[in-house]
Design a protein around this ligand. Structure first.
Ligand code: MIC
Ligand code: SF4
Length: 643
């Protein structure tokens, strides 16, 4: 039977289960990546699991998120990560080398391999025909130890790309069009596999932009074939040896099919405050802009940067605009500095930032109160920029650059002839900021400054649980809502007691105190709870404060896995209408947990305040059930060791 590309990679990596949609499968992992927002927990957990060294083909730690160093915390974290990398056999990409996903595409991604990253945008690797999936740090730690990664077998959706992009429309506009169609939840439980005649017109970096934003639809990942464009990119990276041709067999079937005609795509923008609030730029022309930020793992490639430089060349940005440019990697910055491009950017009035995530998750460049910021990044959730009242629009680098000149959201088609960029024959290759690990068994020291707190331990679940409803939330709550982004809070990623003080900070600053005081409790939420990032702190911190369970209409995949990993019950309403009857402060109770708890079981919840009952479903795998009963994955592993 002809196989699609996803099935081919899944078959060659299947370590557990059968490829039946919705059932749990385990796949072996070739490469992993973490960074300085998730790697601290991942490495502490790797250590706690007792693995002597990584067992993958390659594992990497990048330092790209926590780079401001306004106090000792970031540097402490980096010293810890560098020492743990050396000791356990990981490559360590020093600060200044670039954003994990951009650098991974440039220097490490291999077609046909699996990549598991403690970052939701690990999906970017799909541009190189990797099966590249984001997960919580604990799942990545387990995979680094050589164990499979588990997830529900997805539906595979063919996204058939036809036609060709009109002038000034870009890969970013394709990503936004997909979001317009699928919304922030339409990809849940799915892998998006790209096919079609239009593929030949999309370079690896165009594909990276599209694969990157696929996570915003809730999809598990996205994947492109490996073809002559892949070979071209890898050859210019001096990595032709990593190339192999890979695509779906002729006649391969899919669970669903969506056709996107590139010829019909206009410049688009995602309006505040969700990546799926997509509108044509031509309809947003009255929007006056305070800040324009170009960069992030979505749009910081060589082509993006050179295009922006060409638009800015010989022109000045509008007096009211602050233009920020952060190239994606040191390689790109070196290329920019070899040409006039960097000078053109600076001469136009742009502020050149470090090659890092930066503005994308609120590490610097917070807009003014009620400011309007145009960004080439992938998420415009409220507060993500560091300013809760700011309005963020997500656009292509082309739209961003022309708007920086005019001071208003501007359709790039008004600018004139589009700009063609060709790649250098060989990109500038210098891997000297990537530090190789020590030889095995050299047992180097692990450096723990005061910012590296010990891992919290959690109790196994009790027979009866009860607690107040601490918060009642709506649909699409993001992990940015649960543990906010921003330099200040990001600096505490290695310190659960400290970061837990910020749980739900922008939604209800009293949550932390209240949850800690009562020591148990529930959160009630709508659909797609926990969308967005992979940060396991969004489960770890509430659990540390005492949260017992989340009762929601549905969950985002990574967050649900994180809840199970740390022993929080992810419960789904059987009748979603019940949610509207529940009030903050109601006391809920569930009995007979330890004996009734079997996968897929229905549980009766008693609302002691109203004396009403309702049913919830625990839709988890037997493996996750065992974790929940043990008090989380680490406790489950410890129990197995003791047995
Ligand atoms: C993000 O873009 O939200 C982040 C910061 O890269 C996160 C990682 C994290 O918060 O730990 C992600 O996408 O997973
Ligand atoms: Fe970094 Fe932003 Fe990409 Fe997250 S989305 S990895 S913060 S650049």
């Amino acid at each position: 039977m002809p196989d699609n590309l996803t099935i081919k990679i899944l078959k060659s990596h299947l370590a557990y289960g059968k490829l039946a949609v919705g059932t749990e499968i385990g796949v072996s992992i070739d490469q992993t990546l973490t960074h300085d927002a998730t790697g601290q927990m991942a490495m502490l957990q790797f250590e706690a699991l007792g693995f002597p060294a990584v067992a993958t083909k390659k594992s990497l730690i990048y330092t790209d998120h926590n780079i401001l160093q306004v106090g000792f915390e970031n540097a402490d974290d980096h010293a810890f990560l560098a020492s743990a990398a050396k000791r356990f056999g990981l490559y360590y990409s020093k600060t200044g080398n670039g954003i994990c996903h951009q650098v991974n595409i440039e220097r490490f991604g291999v077609p046909g391999q699996t990549l598991l990253g403690a970052d939701s945008h690990t999906t970017t690797g799909g541009a190189l025909a990797q099966l590249a999936i984001g997960a919580g740090g604990l799942d990545v730690a387990v995979a680094m130890g050589g164990r499979p990664f588990f997830f529900p077998m997805p539906q595979i959706v063919e996204i058939n790309l036809t036609g060709s992009l009109p002038r000034w429309s870009t890969a970013k506009d394709v990503a936004l069009e997909i979001l317009r169609v699928l919304t922030v939840s339409g990809g849940r439980g799915k892998i998006l596999e790209f096919t079609g005649e239009a593929l030949s017109s999309l370079s690896v970096t165009d594909r990276a932009t599209i694969a990157n934003m696929s996570i915003e639809t809730g999809a598990i990942t996205a994947i492109f074939p490996s073809d002559e464009n892949t070979l071209d990119f890898l050859t210019r990276q001096d990595r032709a040896q990593d190339y192999s041709e890979l695509s779906a067999d002729p006649g391969a079937t899919y669970d669903e099919r969506l056709t996107i005609d590139l010829s019909a795509i206009e410049p688009l923008a995602a309006c505040p405050h969700s990546p799926d609030k997509v509108e044509k730029v031509s309809r947003l022309k009255s929007v006056v802009v305070d800040q324009v930020a170009i960069g992030s793992c979505t749009n910081s490639s060589y082509t993006d940067m050179l295009t922006v430089a060409s638009i800015l060349k010989g022109r000045k940005i509008a007096p009211s605009v602050s233009l920020i440019i952060a190239p994606g990697s040191r390689q790109i910055l070196l290329e920019l500095s070899k040409t006039q491009a960097l000078a053109d950017m600076v001469a136009s009035g742009a502020r050149i930032m470090e090659v890092a995530c930066g503005f994308c998750n609120g590490v610097g460049q917070a807009p003014k109160t009620q400011g309007v910021s145009l960004r080439t990044s992938n998420r415009n959730f409220p507060g993500r920029s560091g300013t809760s009242s700011a309005a963020l629009y997500l656009v292509s680098p082309q739209t961003a650059a022309v708007s920086a000149l005019s001071g208003k959201l501007t359709d790039p088609r008004e600018f004139g002839d589009p700009i063609e960029i060709s790649w250098p024959e060989r990109f500038e290759i210098d891997d000297s900021l990537i530090i190789a690990p020590d030889p095995p068994n050299s047992n180097g020291p692990i450096i723990r400054g005061p910012n590296i707190a010990p891992l919290p331990r959690f109790e196994a679940i009790a027979e009866k649980v009860s607690g107040e409803i601490m918060l009642v939330l709506s649909d699409n709550v993001t992990t940015d809502d649960i543990i906010p982004a921003g330099a200040h809070i990001l600096a505490l990623r290695a310190n659960i007691p400290a970061i837990s003080r910020y749980a739900f900070h922008h939604i209800d600053p009293t949550y932390h105190e209240r949850q800690k005081a009562v020591g148990s409790g529930f959160i009630v939420a709508g659909a797609n709870y926990g969308q967005g990032s992979s940060r396991e702190h969004a489960a770890l911190a509430p659990r540390y404060l005492g949260l017992t369970g989340v009762i929601a209409k549905s969950f985002a995949r990574i967050h649900k896995a994180n809840l199970c990993n740390f022993g929080i019950l992810p419960l789904e309403f059987v009748d979603p209408g019940v949610k509207d009857e529940l009030k903050k402060g109601d006391v809920l109770a569930i009995e007979g947990l330890t004996n009734k708890l079997v996968a897929g079981s229905l549980l009766t919840v008693l609302d002691k305040t109203t004396a009403k009952t309702f049913e919830v479903k625990l839709d988890v795998s037997p493996r996750q059930m065992e974790m929940l009963l043990s008090g989380g994955l680490l406790a489950m592993e410890a129990k197995k060791k003791d047995a």
